[in-house]
Design a protein around this ligand. Sequence first.
Ligand code: CA
Length: 567
Amino acid sequence: MCAALARSSSTVNTIGILLLGLAASAGAARAQDAPAWTRGATCYEVFVRSFQDSDGDGIGDLNGLTARLDYINDGNPRSTRSLGARCLWLMPVAESPSYHGYDVTDYYRVAHDYGTNEDFERLVAAAHKRGIKVLVDLVLNHTSNRHPHFLAALRDSTSSYRAWYRWSPTKLDRGTWGSELWHKSPERDEYYYGLFSSSMPDLNYENPAVRDEANRVGRFWLDSMHVDGFRLDAVSFLVEHGAQIMHTRETHQVLHDFQQSMRAARPDVYTVGEVTFPNATLLSYYADQLTSYFAFEVADSLIAAVRSGSARGLLAPALQLERDAPTGRWSPFLRNHDQPRTLTELGGDMARARVAALLLLTMPGMPFVYYGEEIGMSGGKPDERIRTPMQWSSGHEAGFTPGTAWEQMQGDSLTRTVSAEERDPSSLLALYRRLIHLRARCAALAAGALVPLQASDDAVAAYLRRTDDGAVLIVANLSAKPLAGVSIESAAGALGAGRWRARDLLARTSPATLEIDGEGRVRQYIALPTLAPMQGHLFALARTTRTAGAGSAPTRAPHIPRDACSD
Ligand code: CA
């Protein structure tokens, strides 16, 4: 808060920031609130190995990423040549024998392929200078089977590290999981537990020494490497309880204690957990555990709606989380590094990818965008093919490396590139940039409530993001044909009574004025005579007249300078 005050120059700004600060400190009593910087922010997920190679070995590295930071955010909020992401999630950067890094051999050292700890510190400093927060992937469920602690435990039956892992003299049942859980020791006649594979032995979190070590690792990255938080891998599986291998009471306790420990070091630390389960299960991870969780069911609903061309069921998962989870503590996304890319899921249809982006970036919470999604990179399983090198230009290896890329580029790597899309104002990249910047500067998109609306055609998605001062109406035709005369309705209390002027934030259309009755209902509103195929609109709504005696609260909220949706 002090830093924010120091930056403000005008009285108006100071008052606005003071009010924001008061809101933040009032919220500070609730220990798990998302930190203030997440408001309006978008987070960009990067696989370092595939982003930019700086030294010609064909492997992306930290210095390469640092050199590309201006692409992610150049520090100028007005810039149109920057994505405008205010947060960066790096997939694992710690030492690991695998290409993906999800099996760590040294939690305190950056992978030699990626550079040095000093390179990492320079990256973080350069990111912070541009207003980008940095999250690193923390893999706490298991280590690599080549981690020195596991090797000591394997070889020496008296090693204290024996108690860091789980052993059995016999091969135990695989239960309902389907794959092998217990793996034969290469050293003696016994088995060790590894949920994901034999190369990833699970840590034994019933051992207090393991819990202490997890806290030490977290503190190291916060205190010595200056990160702002963590993406926590596979958190559902941390502690087993008898035959129960996920969602145990003990797992919730470990997450709670880890978060407490990190908050003691950094009160505004941000943590986001990977819980790959539907909302009903996800909801048990709130209350007093991590800051946020990825909303996999929301991701699937967005993709399914755009793929099927039907908005039925689009909003249900998001509305459930808005109702049952604390504000700002679930994170929408489309696809991540474990899933086929959005464009591939959508049959290679760029028009559909555009609508998917529009839906994602108008959801509540801090959205996550996997690198390359913003230019429409393609890729399906196996995993290496959904993690291919970033396509920068039509040059050698698409500008990713002066050498030979560690993984073969996609077939469209020379045509679907950042440089080509930067020249095209109608490109997917241009749309991502526009939406991410809008989100940062528009209070309704940053923090507004999600209000569902009912369109007269199932192919049309319609909802509001609404604050006390104004709202943005999102209307998107998910079908491949133009739709005429689509009208929109709402339940009572959707908007304050009166006349609302609508302004298209993305295109030059002239939407009709909206009349809201005394019950606050949207009735038979036809924004545009025709909705073009696969076309989405963001209409900023501003009330021009108020209906007398309608009982709506007077607006007294502070003026938010330069709000892109309220001028
Ligand atoms: Ca390299």
